[in-house]
Design a protein around this ligand. Structure first.
Ligand code: ATP
Ligand code: PRP
Length: 232
């Protein structure tokens, strides 16, 4: 039996995860061709590499189908209700930084804070006949954040990509999305409101609280933790 380690299957998250493990003596690599989604682990026995979409790793951890997984803290919090009951954070990895923020058109000169947004939202329906729309794929986190900050009169509209374009396309008045350099916001004439972001995300190594541990797996896990210099 092997300990299953889930890692993003493509892009910078995959490469930086491979680098992070590699610099600690655990070599992760893709098996076979670049397009094959299975992997190889060298440097420690009994660990199996499973290459998955970053967005699926939280659910696989929750279901206990992988023991360990690397993904963004934003995806874990968004995809799992009571995420900390399903997974444990073992280590932030120091890359994949992104802030989940709320942004409005730069032209809304009077809107800088969440209180301002609340004031706009309260008047919006009266003025426009529908509630202020916020486009996002982070429904759970945004709803919770706005409730905590007393903003109530809005409608979340789902946007699974190119979210910053929804304002220009008149399908939303505001957006909630992740940003790292801020380029996409600037290019779409949007500005961040409020002080702290909804969430500061980075790639993190998680351990499932639900995965069953077969004979030998615990030892392989502890050997990996020693290599990574983690408590586990
Ligand atoms: N500039 C950025 N753009 C997109 N994601 C970023 C950025 N910076 C960090 N991230 C993080 O990367 C993770 C998303 O990775 P990725 O887009 O590969 O996941 P995914 O949604 O599973 O993608 P796909 O469905 O295309 O496989 C999130 O945790 C996100 O916070
Ligand atoms: O602050 P920036 O450095 O400009 O990065 C932020 C952008 O990156 C992500 O999009 P991604 O490229 O993953 O595509 P998506 O729109 O499909 O989510 C995110 O959704 C923002 O649109």
């Amino acid at each position: 039996m092997t300990v299953k380690l889930g890692v993003p299957s493509k892009g910078r998250l995959m490469e930086k995860t491979f680098d992070w493990f590699g610099s600690r003596g655990v070599t992760l690599s893709k098996a076979g061709s670049e397009r094959e989604y299975s992997g190889v682990v060298e440097g420690v026995e009994g660990i199996e590499l499973v290459l998955l979409s970053a967005g699926e790793i939280p659910r696989e951890l929750h279901r206990g189908r992988i023991h360990l997984g690397v993904t963004g803290t934003d995806l874990v919090r968004e995809k799992l209700a009571h995420w900390d009951q399903s997974v444990k954070e073992l280590a932030p990895l120091g890359f994949g930084h992104a802030d989940l923020i709320i942004a409005v058109p730069r032209a809304w000169v009077d809107v800088e804070t969440l209180d301002d947004l609340d004031a706009v939202a309260s008047n919006f329906r009266r003025l426009h006949g529908h509630r202020m729309r916020i486009a996002t794929k982070y429904h759970r986190m945004v709803r919770e954040f706005l409730r905590e900050h007393g903003v109530a009169d809005y409608l979340l509209v789902d946007s699974q990509g190119a979210t910053e374009g929804t304002v220009k396309n008149l399908t939303a008045e505001a957006i909630a999305d992740i940003t790292s350099t801020g380029e996409t916001l600037r290019a779409n004439h949007l500005k961040i409101i409020g002080g702290e972001p909804v969430h500061r995300s980075q790639a993190t190594l998680f351990k499932s609280r639900n995965a069953p541990w077969a004979d030998g797996e615990r030892d392989a896990y502890l050997a990996l933790m020693r290599m990574l210099d983690l408590d586990g």
